[in-house]
Design a protein around this ligand. Sequence first.
Ligand code: C2E
Ligand code: CA
Ligand code: CA
Length: 706
Amino acid sequence: MEYSPLGDRAGNDHGHDGNGPGDSRDALARAQNAAILAEQRLREAIDCLPQGIVMLDAEGRYILWNRQYAEIYHKSADLFRPGDRLADTLRQGVARGDYPEALGREEEWLASRLELLENPLGRHEQWLSDGRCIMIDERKTAEGGIIGVRVDITDMKQREESFRLLFESNPVPLLVYDPAEECLRAANAAAADHFGYTVDELVGMPAEKLFDETEWPRVRRLLATSCSEKDRFWRQFASDGAELESVLFTRQSMLDGRLATIVSVFDVTERRKAEALIAHMARHDELTGLANRAHCRERLHEMLEAIRHGEETVAIALIDLDNFKPINDSYGHHIGDAVLAEAARRMRALVPRKNALLCRLGGDEFAVIVQARNHEKIHNIARSIISAIAEPFVLADHTLHIGATIGIAMAPQDSIDASHLLRYSDLALYAAKADQRGTMCRFEPHMDTAAQEKARLENDLRRAVRHGQLVVHYQPLIDLATGGVEGYEALLRWNHPERGLLYPDSFIPLAEEIGLIDVIGQYVLQLACREAATWPGHVKLAVNASPLQFRNGNLLNIVVQALAMSGLEPGRLELEITEAVLMDRSAQVATLLAAIRALGVGISMDDFGTGYSSLSYLMNYPFTKIKIDKSFIMGLGTEPNSKAVVSAIIGLGRSLGMTVTAEGIEMPEHLDYLRDIGCGQGQGYLIGRAIPGDQLPHEDPRRAVA
Ligand code: C2E
Ligand code: CA
Ligand code: CA
């Protein structure tokens, strides 16, 4: 059809205009011209509109349409003729297949389309055979005609379609929420899967139903905004009641002309469970499930903060299991673990859940922290724990006797600082253990002074090792029969810058405790061997070795090295060891002693008579010498049994082929007695004190005392 409906009609009308009086004809002609002009202007105006416009009269006949209208319906535009009924063009269009929606249901489609034309209800959409989608908006005019607007919404429809696809097949659970109705307008398959409902069940569901009741007010606010908070976790419930956790991203949008919120649900349920598990593991002990050291500290801090401005107290009771180490060593870790678990179980029953925490700090060390009105509560708990742990443990056919010793420190009395309290309870525990196991002890300030003193000493000792403040003095060992010097015992001294010369009893135990004894032992051995290498060839060197030096394997190397570096002949060296070395009865010690002896180095049993003095030790290990402890020698005049013991040892040594040395000879009569009963060697202040190497006379020291 030629596109110019208005022009044609205007032309026809003009043609009918023929008779009438000249004036009125002129007037009429002017009026007609004006009308034509007005119509032309109207047409030009509506041609400028981006929408397609059509006007129908009361009978549904075309009056006019614009260029866009003709373009939209370019397939059926050949059917449009002014005065034709839209219903007819529709019918023909349907017959030609211009309206794909009508295919197969032509009459039905036509009927509903005409119904809409008759009673326009606002907008509806219409698909055309060329794949476009048209939005139709029709209204009745005052004269009963129709004015219709057409908008090509194909692009929007395509966008909508891709959005729908993106929405429906998105692996992320997505919801469309209606903030006005507070319900869900849409949900995708992933959302249905996440919540355990069908999509149909979700659509129309009040959103509140999915969320935690207490969180709903905040969720509702979130759903009415655009928000992408990554670290906020929201609780939801699946259809089966299972708890879910998600991060929610919300985007406000207009959908079908209504405000809507698109909600992306990022399921973090598993991640949060794993995180919670890790967090739990970081704060709890695996074996017993009790709070661990970190957790204990944290709670202690909290409790201390809580009592800062009040009347209450916080107490920490440090609990150490007695006998645990030997049981663990002899029955194995399985039983050890079972003991710990059982001890934890017993204690758990005695520690209140409120304002108290039971912790395992490590090994066999537990702690209870309690916030209470006064010290009575912690004392009661501590007492009940001691008696509960004192009950026998029956585990896998073993009946084991454990016990608990407890040290207690209190805030604010002792300190308000967590680290101090922990240390103080440790000191109190230490004091309790030193006093009597199976008891409890409150911290007292003097314990701290002792500890501080020890800490200072430790510091000094480490510095002493670095700065060469340790020196070795030598005390002579003489042949009692001839009085000739047979050797010297190396005795360690500490040249303390402030406290003067310190004797080994005041620092060797500390060195053993803090793990410095190996370094010191090696130092003494090297220094003494070097010194002894300068002595006459028949003079021997005796060096003391700590039992701890036997625990790690390199004593043999240290001996070999000291001999090699000094060039001292191995037969001139003797190691003095005490029975403590042998108490382990380990094969390692036996092998080590045999290896040292195999070098040619002598081995002396020091302080004999003070320990078990087991005969089997003497027979089973390669000893070359027995040193009778000085307490027997010094008791020779006063202790009735001393003489018997001393002569028995001398007899024993002789029959085993070992040298016997008497230590601590201070009195000439003791020296005479010992020589008379056949004691081979002597040592003591009477013979000579330990002196620095450079002062050794290398002559018979007896002349000095004789
Ligand atoms: P010990 O092995 O029994 O050494 C003998 C101790 O008795 C020495 O004390 C010595 O000075 C002292 N003494 C000697 N004659 C007499 C006497 O007539 N009367 C009295 N009352 N005492 C006498 P010192 O030097 O104080 O050493 C004490 C302990 O320290 C030693 O006892 C030894 O067990 C240990 N010790 C010394 N030096 C070392 C060392 O280098 N390494 C190790 N691990 N321990 C050492
Ligand atoms: Ca000794
Ligand atoms: Ca000794």
